[in-house]
Design a binder for this molecule. Structure first.
Ligand SMILES: [Fe+2]
Ligand SMILES: [Fe+2]
Length: 258
């Protein structure tokens, strides 16, 4: 079976790209998981944005450090169980860090969202130990498990891949908005990529208007950051999984421009 994991969806352009590739059947995926932490104007997710994106038929949504940027995310969590926030946030907070979805072929996929601790806010607990707990809590409820590890440091993400190798089907990194070319199958059968990249404005600095960001770097001041407009890019990876063994048999990195 094929699981498509889509990198950080950024603003209007990113949402339009989801509809574009939804109409094309998401490359024949049996299940689709998207990180939508930047879907609402580059920061967080509102109820309206969640409702809009839900029409694409995407099965599950993950988030990241921007989880609390739009306060009504709390209502999205209250009424929907296919959108999750990082599992390892400290404290008793709204939302869940795991969910189980059913793929087109009936396979139950456990989805875990984790947040790194190197150069990422808000403060989270140890993601490695949290991963152990999350896997344990899902084991009896699903057939295979995928992990979205939302982290800045490539080292932390590579380490997580090795830590979870053989225990989950996929470890896909998100957050940097720059796709890495290191998709692979690890020794014990886990499909891995350090970062899925960004689905959003192609000509931008990590999704934001490049001229505003240039001002901030060159002059030291700028207008408020605004999402870029123009052509879109679609960044994702397709993981082919043998659902009986849970092992990944192929990974294909996807980087499309429209
Ligand atoms: Fe992001
Ligand atoms: Fe992020």
């Amino acid at each position: 079976m094929k699981i498509l994991m889509i990198g950080d969806v950024f603003g209007r352009v990113g949402r339009d790209m989801l509809f574009e590739y939804s109409e094309r059947g998401f490359f024949g995926a049996d299940a689709v998981i998207a990180n939508i932490e930047n879907a609402a104007h580059g920061r967080g997710v509102t109820k309206n944005v969640y409702d809009e994106i839900s029409k694409t038929g995407i099965d599950a949504f993950t988030l990241g450090n921007h989880v609390w940027n739009c306060p009504d995310i709390v209502n999205v969590f209250r009424y929907n169980d296919n959108i999750i926030r990082p599992y390892n946030l400290e404290g008793d907070l709204p939302g869940s860090g795991t969910t189980v979805i059913k793929a087109k072929n009936g396979v139950r996929i456990g989805v875990i969202n984790l947040l790194g601790r190197v150069n990422v806010q808000p403060y989270s607990t140890n993601p490695f130990l949290a991963a152990d707990k999350a896997i344990e809590s899902l084991k009896s409820k699903c057939d295979i498990i995928t992990v979205d590890f939302h982290a800045e440091a490539t080292s932390e993400k590579q380490a997580m891949g090795y830590y979870l190798d053989g225990r989950v089907s996929v470890v896909a990194g998100t957050h940097t908005h720059v796709q890495t070319a290191d998709e692979k199958i690890l020794a014990k059968g886990t499909g891995y990529i350090t970062d899925l990249g960004m689905t959003g404005p192609a000509v931008s600095v990590l999704g934001m208007d490049k001229n505003i960001i240039l001002d901030s770097f060159i002059k030291g001041y700028s207008k408020r950051f605004e999402p870029a407009t123009g052509n879109g890019q679609f960044n994702a990876a397709m993981f082919e999984i043998d659902e009986t063994s849970g092992k990944c048999t192929a990974v294909e990195r996807i980087n499309m421009n429209l």
